[in-house]
Design a protein around this ligand. Structure first.
Ligand SMILES: Cc1ncc(COP(=O)(O)O)c(C=O)c1O
Length: 438
């Protein structure tokens, strides 16, 4: 199936160079296991789990069957003042996987919605417990927390913010952790930068802790180009939050569901947040779904007041949608049967070695890795930021491998079912591209 140019006209594509794409479309028509199929009937190796989400690989039988059966059994159930059994079953299974204490789940439909939900929970939590002055939200430079107004306000990627006015008031940012001068080519967590967490103390001194509700960070900043947290950094953030009564939110939309070698990044880094946002790998990308995990104390705080009244005025028509719950249950079954939530820890050594073998190739200025996440940073083409990495992306696509780029960084996050030979192919394809692009 190939579409003619006129058929491409109506669709305004998200986060896409629309005009460039429509001149030379890249159309995916099928997928199975580690591969997409395209409209030229080529097999394309998936180096990015679709978009950091297809962690169990494509077309997995438990998930496909669960969705099909659910559509025929119960297509929709209202989530306000009503529910269906699979929502509870899913929540129960999920809290078996989370770090101790994060044992309440609120369902959303995307990472962006999870982030805005968590921010609202944090502000409302302080208000319910009598500290209504804690409304300020702290994000981090270069952070990505989706595209809703809350998420772009605490986010720190300039292109996602500069077009959209003043966003939320009362938001500030701590410094990012990218420090190539000291940390370039670190394998795993970089050694330098724990002190960057102290930037939170600077904001406490400026605004006073009594005005700050929460700090949100990605354990690994993915969309900005794979920034691995320096050793000790997340723990120090945790300590500073505890000292000042500030909630710590981990945005685990990318790091959740096995990406770092444990179910969640919080476990890999040994730091437990108060709230944790997820999406993507929750349903293996098959049906839109997100979630926020909350500590018991946060849930309990809301469970005050008359019992017949709604405790948290928030939710979505499609929260805990039956198709999404079915897909998530099929996903968890697949993860469990194949040990996928810890498989990255077995593969990360080879993945790291393969990635770091690109050191010294043309244009490469840094390589970063953790679990099955990799970042390869290139020097930009003079005066044309992001173009060189995009040229590498196009070259890899022609070679039958799908990678992703952000700015001049190549970001890799293959499905967790990847085999060692496929890791080699992924990296060798990038090597070939680097040697021939401008
Ligand atoms: C850390 C993080 N938070 C939030 C989001 C937004 O998720 P969604 O695109 O599902 O809204 C993303 C998406 O990549 C993400 O990486």
């Amino acid at each position: 199936m190939t579409l003619n140019p006129a058929a491409l006209d109506a669709y305004w594509m998200p986060f896409t160079a629309n005009r460039q794409f429509k001149k030379a479309p890249r159309l995916l028509t099928g997928a199975d296991g580690m591969y997409f199929r395209d409209d030229r009937d080529r097999q394309v190796l998936d180096g990015i789990a679709g978009l950091w989400c297809v962690n169990a690989g494509h077309n997995r039988p438990h998930i496909v069957q669960a969705i099909q059966a659910q559509a025929a059994e119960l297509d929709f159930a209202p989530p306000f003042q009503m529910a269906h059994p699979k929502a509870f079953e899913l929540a129960e299974q999920l809290v078996q996987l989370t770090p101790a204490g994060l044992n309440k789940v609120f369902f959303t439909n995307s990472g962006s919605e999870s982030v805005d939900t968590a921010l609202k929970m944090a502000i409302a939590y302080h208000r319910v417990r009598g500290e209504g002055s804690r409304t300020r939200l702290i994000g981090r430079e270069r952070g990505y927390h989706g595209v809703n107004f809350g998420g772009i306000s605490v986010g720190g990627m300039v292109a996602n913010r500069k077009m959209f006015g003043t966003m939320l008031g009362g938001v500030d940012h701590i410094r990012h952790t990218h420090d190539p001068a000291r940390n370039a080519y670190s394998v795993g967590q970089p050694a330098h930068g724990v002190e960057l967490a102290d930037d939170l103390e600077r904001l406490v001194a400026l605004h006073d802790a009594s005005t700050i509700a929460a700090v949100i960070v990605e354990p690994i900043a993915g969309s900005t180009g794979v920034l691995i947290p320096p050793q000790g950094y997340l723990q120090r953030l945790r300590d500073i939050c505890d000292k000042h009564g500030i909630l710590l939110i981990f945005d685990e939309v990318i790091t959740g569901f096995g990406r770092t070698g444990n179910p969640f990044g919080a476990q890999t880094f040994g730091v437990t947040p108060d709230l944790m946002t997820v999406a993507k790998g929750l349903t293996n990308g098959c049906v839109p779904m997100g979630a926020v995990f909350a500590q018991q104390k946060i849930y309990d705080t809301f469970m005050s007041g008359p019992e017949h009244l709604i405790e948290f005025f928030h939710g979505y028509t499609y929260s805990a949608h039956p198709l999404a719950c079915a897909a998530a249950l099929g996903t968890l079954k697949t993860y469990a049967e194949e040990g996928l939530l810890t498989r990255a820890s077995a593969l990360q050594g080879q993945f790291a070695e393969a990635l770091h073998s690109l050191k010294g190739e043309p244009h490469v200025i840094d390589i970063r890795n953790m679990g099955l996440v990799g970042g390869i940073e290139l020097s930009p083409l003079p005066g044309e930021p992001a173009k060189r990495a995009f040229n590498v992306f196009l070259d890899c696509w022609e070679q039958g491998v799908l990678i992703r780029t952000t700015g001049d960084t190549i970001a890799l996050s293959p499905p967790l079912i990847i085999e060692p030979a496929q890791i080699d192919r992924l990296v060798d394809t990038i090597r070939t591209a680097l040697r021939r692009v401008a």
